[in-house]
Design a protein around this ligand. Sequence first.
Ligand code: AMP
Ligand code: MN
Ligand code: MN
Ligand code: MN
Length: 281
Amino acid sequence: MTPVDLHCHSNVSDGLLPPREVVRLAASRGCKLLALTDHDDTRGLADAADEAAQLGVQFVSGVEVSTSWGKHTLHIVGLGFDPAHPAIVGGLTEVRSGRAERAQRMSDSLAAKAGVPDALAGAQKYADNPEILSRTHFARYLVEIGRAKDTKSVFKRFLVRGKPGYVEHEWARLHEAIDWIRAAGGVAVMAHPARYDMGHETMRVLLTEFKRLGGEGIEVVSGVHGAGDVGRFGRLAQEFGFLASSGTDYHATGEGARDPGCNPDLPIGCQPVWHRWRGDL
Ligand code: AMP
Ligand code: MN
Ligand code: MN
Ligand code: MN
């Protein structure tokens, strides 16, 4: 195991714990280098950094930006940037502003296609940050009203393309997210590449494009990658010359993936992105 976690969530987006508690949990599991990467919002970073300093955990600023690339939604993790830089502040404000209107359309779709009335109000109860209303909050509400046994099963029957509650949405353009992160001095890393619904050839086109646009790393180890995915993206990282990242994608204990803090080692031959901040790990 490697005591590094460069992808996790707090209640600033769709995690359940406040930023300080995410850091405490990661520290208790032996984490030495941590980034908090909430969706489209950096509001948790100050508390997380302060808590990490008190606990002797090295902290790296982070965010997970929602982007559109053709019909695909891609998540781009920014690491080690200045959260006060106007490029990132302005860009994220713009991405967040689209979420309220999207949530209304999701709610309308759930009413029309699944007979769930006023899911918007239901989801809002779970969103501690009203600017980040996400599918996870709708999923928690659908579990509450008994439409599925857990959030994982919600995502099989609702909220995904072709199912009730899914609506198309234009996020930031891929190149914009990379530009904001780089302008603010950070590294752009493609989150959980195995999660994108595309064939191998399209994935190669995407990796080529991501590199050309200034992307520097891809997640090889992720809480949502299986063992086969780790091997495949470890090889692709080396072939395309990407730094390799590693993160749990923790949201909540009991909602899937492992707790924040540590991750399985990268495959041999990968260059860890975190050597930028910690050469010894
Ligand atoms: P949004 O940004 O509103 O589209 O919400 C995306 C979030 O939904 C992701 O960050 C995950 O937390 C969650 N999610 C998406 N797909 C799944 C899935 N198949 N199983 C569990 N959670 C998912
Ligand atoms: Mn999420
Ligand atoms: Mn993601
Ligand atoms: Mn995530």
